[in-house]
Write a protein that binds this ligand. Sequence first.
Ligand code: SF4
Length: 207
Amino acid sequence: MNQNGKPKFAMYWAASCGGCEIAVLNTGEKILDVDANFDVVFWPVAMDAKYKDVEAMPDKSILLTLFNGGIRNSENEEIAHLLRRKSQILVAFGSCANEGCIPGLANLSSPTEIFDAAYNSLSTENPSGLRPQYEFDMPEGRIHIPVFYPVLRTLDQVVDVDYYMPGCPPESHQIAAVIDLGDPGVTRQSRITSSGVGDRCIRINGL
Ligand code: SF4
C-alpha cells in the first residue's frame, strides 16, 4: 500500500507482440480505473520507470503484476524474478506468458535459423552480415545486451505464478474484473476464485 492508500500495480512485457498491452488500453473508460484503483509503479509501455526503482521497493510491496510475454532472453528472466519477488499476486497474462503462443512457435527453429531469418534474409539490408554482440567495447565503456536463449519458456517455467489469464489477448471483461481488484469496495477474495478449468485459473465471480 502506498502513502495515498492505493495498492501498487505493475505490468510488464517480455517476448510478446504488444497486443496484450493494447488489450488493457482497449478496455475503454475502464482504463481510468487503473489509475483510480492503483498506484501504477511500473509499466514500461505506459510510463517511464527504471528497473532500479523496482529493485528498491520492499519485497511483496506490489499487490498485482500482470506479466505478458514468454521468457526468451536474460532480461526477460531477470525481470520475471524481480517482479515475482516484489509482487503479492503475479498473473501470467495472455497466451504468450501461459503457453508460448506465437513467440513460442520460434521453438521449432534453432537460434541460428532465427538469426539467419532476421539478419540475412532477402528483405534485410545487412551487407556486412553484422550480428548482435552480447558484449561490445565502446569509447564510453563496455556495453551489454540481453543474451538470447536457445528456446522460449513460459512464465511458470521460470518463476511461480499465482494466476493464469489465458487468451490472445485476454478479453476486455476479464481485464476489467482484474482492474476491480484494486477497488477498496470490492473484497478481493470474493473476486478471485478457483474455476473448474484449472485450480489456479482466474475466474471472476459472475463472468
Ligand atoms: S498473447 Fe497474443 S496478444 Fe498477447 S502478447 Fe502474446 S501474441 Fe500478443
